[in-house]
Design a protein around this ligand. Structure first.
Ligand SMILES: N[C@@H](CCC(=O)N[C@@H](CS)C(=O)NCC(=O)O)C(=O)O
Length: 203
């Protein structure tokens, strides 16, 4: 049985979302988003930085949300929700899948740190402003790519599990402007998926 190490309001939601979309059975270890759980010796043995998500599957223990999504799709869904290597949509799939952690999440992290996580006297308005501008720039190509499409490569795929979740988070912190109409509609479309709703409301 797959076992997911989870904390609420985190990237672990991506894995719950995927498992729910695929209707795969899984166990869940719910931790609090707090150092007492995440930085415990027990959890550091699973993830050297004490982060989530971590997935266990028999003898396998794997971290990094993108790696986990790909692992599940390859080992447990026979490539479902992922185009085949010779499919014309494969390059776009890879691109948007990796654009999530590569380009969108770094400024999302900085915005969250300087608006929520740090105590007020340690927040830096200059750093925050830079991250917000960078995030807007990073989201513009996603808005463009979604013109005339419901999902990033047309059909719903693992790329949406990654980047769609990041876009939802970016919207939640107020970084998706009303002018990004394709992206706004995309976030609403994702939020309406029952599996996503289950993942995002899991506490
Ligand atoms: N690139 C990693 C990022 C993992 C990560 O930073 N997770 C956050 C939650 S979204 C975390 O565990 N933070 C706890 C901490 O930094 O103490 C992934 O995609 O899994």
């Amino acid at each position: 049985m797959l076992k997911l190490h989870f904390a609420p309001n985190s990237r672990a939601g991506r894995i719950v979302w995927l498992l729910e979309e695929l209707q795969l059975p899984y166990d869940i270890n719910k931790m609090s988003f707090h150092p007492k759980d995440l930085k415990s010796d027990e959890h550091r043995a699973r993830h050297p930085l004490g982060r989530v998500p971590v997935l266990e599957d028999g003898d396998v223990s794997i971290f990094e949300s993108g790696a986990i999504v790909d692992y599940i799709l390859e080992r447990h869904k026979n490539g479902g929700l992922k185009p085949a290597v010779n499919d014309p949509r494969f390059p776009a799939y890879l691109q948007w899948f990796h654009y999530c952690e590569g380009m969108v999440m770094p400024p999302v992290n900085t915005v969250v740190v300087h608006t929520i996580l740090l105590p007020e006297d340690r927040r830096d308005a200059t750093v925050l402003g830079q991250a917000q501008r960078l995030l807007t720039k990073a989201l513009e190509p996603v808005d463009d790519a979604l013109a005339g499409k419901d999902y990033l490569i047309g059909d719903f795929s693992g790329a949406d599990i990654m980047l769609g979740h990041a876009c939802f988070m970016a919207n939640r912190i107020g970084s998706v402007s009303d002018g990004m109409t394709n992206l706004k509609a995309y976030v609403a479309r994702i939020a309406a998926r029952p599996a996503f709703h289950k993942a995002i409301t899991l506490a």
